[in-house]
Design a protein around this ligand. Structure first.
Ligand code: GDP
Length: 139
C-alpha cells in the first residue's frame, strides 16, 4: 500500500444513528476516494488488540464495550496526504473541541462515542487496512 492511503472505521454510534451514507458522502466530497469498504463487526479480542495502546487507560473497558456493541463500517481511503488530511477532516477526539464542519462536530455526541476512527500514521494505516481487508478487497 502506498502512503497516500488511510484507514477509517465508522463506529457503532454512526451505524445506529443511520449516518453511514451522510458520513461517506462527506468523506467523498472532501476529496477522498474509497478504495475498500465493508460492514463488519469487531470481536472483543479484535477491539482489545486494535486499541491495545490504551489498555492501561481508565476508559479501556468502556471503549471495547462500545466498539463491539454493533456493526462498524471499515474503509480504506486514498488522497494525497491522506493520514493527516483525514485527521483534520474528522476533528478533535472530543467532539466538543472539534472544529465546525468536521465529521466529529457534525455526527458525534461524546468523547467515547465519537463517530469515526482515523489512522494516526502511515504505518498504522497499512496495518489497520490489512487487518480488515485482503489484497483482493482493496482497489
Ligand atoms: P483518536 O485518535 O482521536 O481516535 O483518539 P485516541 O487515540 O486518543 O483514543 C481512541 C479512542 O478512544 C477515541 O476515539 C475514543 O473513542 C476513545 N476515548 C478516548 N478518550 C476517551 C475517554 O476519555 N473516555 C471514553 N469513554 N473513550 C475515550
Amino acid at each position: 500500500m502506498t502512503t497516500n492511503r488511510t484507514f477509517t472505521m465508522l463506529k457503532p454510534d454512526s451505524i445506529e444513528k443511520g449516518n453511514i451514507g451522510a458520513i461517506l458522502e462527506k468523506i467523498s466530497a472532501s476529496g477522498f476516494k474509497i478504495v475498500a469498504l465493508k460492514l463488519t463487526r469487531l470481536s472483543k479480542a479484535e477491539a482489545e488488540s486494535f486499541y491495545a495502546v490504551h489498555n492501561e487507560r481508565p476508559f479501556f473497558g468502556e471503549l471495547v464495550e462500545f466498539m463491539t456493541r454493533g456493526a462498524i463500517v471499515a474503509a480504506v481511503l486514498e488522497k494525497e496526504n491522506a493520514v493527516e488530511d483525514f485527521r483534520t477532516l474528522i476533528g478533535a477526539t472530543n467532539p466538543a473541541d472539534a472544529a465546525e464542519g468536521t465529521i466529529r462536530k457534525m455526527f458525534a455526541d461524546s468523547m467515547g462515542e465519537n463517530a469515526v476512527h482515523g489512522s494516526d500514521s502511515d504505518e498504522n494505516a497499512k496495518l489497520e487496512a490489512e487487518f480488515h481487508f485482503s489484497g483482493r478487497e482493496m482497489f
